[in-house]
Design a protein around this ligand. Structure first.
Ligand code: BGC
Length: 279
């Protein structure tokens, strides 16, 4: 399904889609994308597929949506498989990586994207809300990145596809640095993810493993559907997909330990100071 039809099905305003040719920068590589059946993860998976990578489409619910993403990737000539796994569960993450390696031989790119919000005023925030967000956004990033690094170290550099042994791209948020009242668990998880990313980048740079984040602002995805009618600057998910392709490619070989902010200028707006929102 083309992006305009998808947006219309999701009741989203028509997206602005730059007419860029898909260049197969990632030919011969395999990418695993978590939370790939909707929103930003879906766009990253499709963009990596269009750029020539085989893609493992991870999901935790709605397999039919994951299958649709996989079908779209196959229609561009790449391999794709869907794999169920809760990224916060060690055994499920390990089984997912094992299945991916069995199918495609190795993994070159991890887009650790799965994330969630469970908002509440701080004094009312439950341990369940705190844990749910930390477990998916931070522990999930740790578990998936650890399996990816293990695979990159096992395999080493394959010069025919990339000068790097592997690439990890986390989906962070502008809230890795901007405090967000009413969303303390979410902002804390993204702040944690920022130093996970930077510390890991430092640790594995000499092994030629690159670790970066994309820090989206307000992107038109279901996670912030309540705010779509506000006049703020909303970026489309495709912007994140294109950033992911660049970060995964050797075009970004000099880039590691960085968060690339993709927010269509949201942060430059004087009024960008998200007010506490009710859960
Ligand atoms: C959140 C969105 C929010 C945006 C900007 C993102 O990380 O998921 O809900 O609109 O940051 O505040």
């Amino acid at each position: 399904m083309d992006i305009k039809s998808y947006y219309s099905r999701m009741n989203l305003p028509e997206p602005i889609v730059p007419a860029l040719q898909a260049v197969r920068l990632l030919k011969g590589q395999t990418a695993l994308v978590t939370g790939a059946n909707s929103g930003i993860g879906r766009a990253i998976a499709i963009a990596l597929g269009r750029a020539g990578a085989n893609v493992i489409v991870n999901y935790v619910a709605r397999p039919e949506d994951a299958e649709e993403v996989a079908a779209e990737i196959r229609s561009h000539g790449q391999g794709a498989m869907i794999v169920h796994a809760d990224v916060s569960d060690e055994a499920q993450v390990q089984a997912m990586f094992a299945a991916a390696v069995r199918e495609f031989g190795t993994i070159d790119i991890l887009a650790s994207n799965a994330g969630m919000e469970r908002n509440a005023p701080f004094h009312e925030m439950s341990v369940a809300q705190w844990d749910a967000v930390m477990n998916v956004n931070l522990r999930g990033g740790f578990l998936c990145a650890r399996e990816a690094v293990r695979e990159f170290l096992r395999r080493g550099v394959r010069p025919e596809v990339s000068v790097a042994a592997g690439k990890i791209i986390f989906t962070s948020s502008v809230h890795e640095v901007i405090p967000w009242a009413g969303h303390v668990n979410y902002a804390a998880s993204k702040g944690g993810l920022m130093l996970l990313m930077k510390s890991l980048a430092q640790e594995v740079a000499e092994k030629r493993i690159r670790v970066n984040s994309i820090a989206p602002g307000a992107i038109r995805t279901p996670i912030n559907a309540a705010a779509w009618s506000t006049p703020e600057a909303y970026a489309e998910v495709e912007e994140i997909g294109r950033a992911a392709v660049w970060l995964a490619s050797d075009g970004a070989y000099g880039v590691t330990g960085q968060a690339v902010v993709v927010d269509c200028g949201h942060l430059t707006m004087p009024g960008f100071n998200p007010a506490p929102s009710s859960p």
